[in-house]
Ligand binder design. Structure first.
Ligand code: GUN
Length: 292
């Protein structure tokens, strides 16, 4: 079994980006500027956004964190987005999901200027991704592709099973793994809450990508020998023995599945850090495209 080390790989990517940024600075060019909008006080979301801002500092990007109250109206949020669209100083921005229930996620995503949509969630960018056109690829799927590529995990002709059809991970992942090229050229099955006999499908998989948010869901009996296992789950489970009172748990029963898998991502330290590195990569791309 080989660990797909997202922490180390994301550090490598951040170092590569930092090098590009220092060259930009040396030439007197404007460095990339990412803005992140967070609505409300959800602890996990605040942590994720905080990590994104910290990662900007680390590579030499500028960043702006915009905290808005959970009671904000949809109209007010859309106004803020329009400001960010118009702000020439901002190269790319994200609106952290989920949003409070009075706000329609899709309306918000549609309001983002596609050229600044570094999450790749806008239908224009999502459509381009599905059509193999150059665009922003959603950061988590992009991070998984990057891990597979850098560890040279073979995907061609393999059967990839994706568990979960979220717009952020499962759905785009299922499209990307079936695209032409590497990593891709894979035969994809997208499973979800209405899938019957899921074990019958997962035991046929060469590559399993779980993005479900159910701790220890994927058991050793559900995979075949030497499967590649990518765990996108990040659930906070109460744990009094830790300082924070919780620990982060993936979708995979790591202890047992890792004995059977050929490659596996740990949680934490697998897909999570890759998401942040790829958001930075998209922001760099946004800056470069705006310069043209
Ligand atoms: N919530 C969970 N993952 C993400 C992400 O990648 N981007 C945004 N904007 N919100 C999220």
């Amino acid at each position: 079994m080989q660990l797909l080390d997202g922490k180390k790989t994301s550090d490598d990517i951040k170092n590569e980006i930092a090098e590009v940024v220092s060259k930009m600075k040396a030439k007197g060019e404007k460095v990339p500027h990412l803005a992140a909008v967070i609505v409300g006080n959800d602890g996990a979301s605040l942590t994720y956004v905080g990590s994104k801002v910290k990662a900007c500092e680390r590579v030499g990007f500028e960043s702006t964190l915009i905290k808005l109250p959970s009671t904000i109206s949809e109209i007010e949020l859309l106004k803020k987005i329009e400001e960010l669209n118009q702000d020439d100083n901002i190269d790319g921005f994200i609106v952290q999901l989920p949003l409070p229930k009075q706000i329609d996620d899709q309306k918000v995503i549609m309001a983002i200027d596609p050229s600044k949509d570094v999450d790749g969630f806008h239908p224009e960018n999502f459509g381009k991704m599905a059509l193999d056109m150059s665009t922003f690829i959603p950061a988590t799927p992009f991070g998984i592709l990057e891990l597979l590529e850098r560890y040279n995990v073979q995907t061609e002709g393999k059967h990839t099973v994706v568990i979960g059809r979220s717009h952020i991970v499962g759905r785009p992942m299922s499209i990307l793994m079936g695209r032409k090229g590497f990593p891709g050229n894979s035969t994809v099955t997208l499973t979800h809450s209405h899938t019957k006999n899921i074990s019958q499908i997962t035991t046929q998989a060469d590559i399993i990508i779980t993005a479900l948010g159910v701790p220890n869901y994927l058991k050793a009996e559900m995979i075949k020998d030497d499967a590649v296992v990518i765990d996108v789950g990040i659930t906070r489970v109460p744990d009094e023995t830790t300082e924070k009172g919780y620990r982060i748990t993936g979708d995979v029963d790591f202890e047992n599945v890792s004995k059977k898998a050929s490659f596996i991502t740990p949680v934490p330290g697998g897909v999570g850090p890759m998401t942040i590195a790829m958001l930075l990569k998209n922001t760099l791309l946004a800056r470069e495209q705006r310069r043209l």
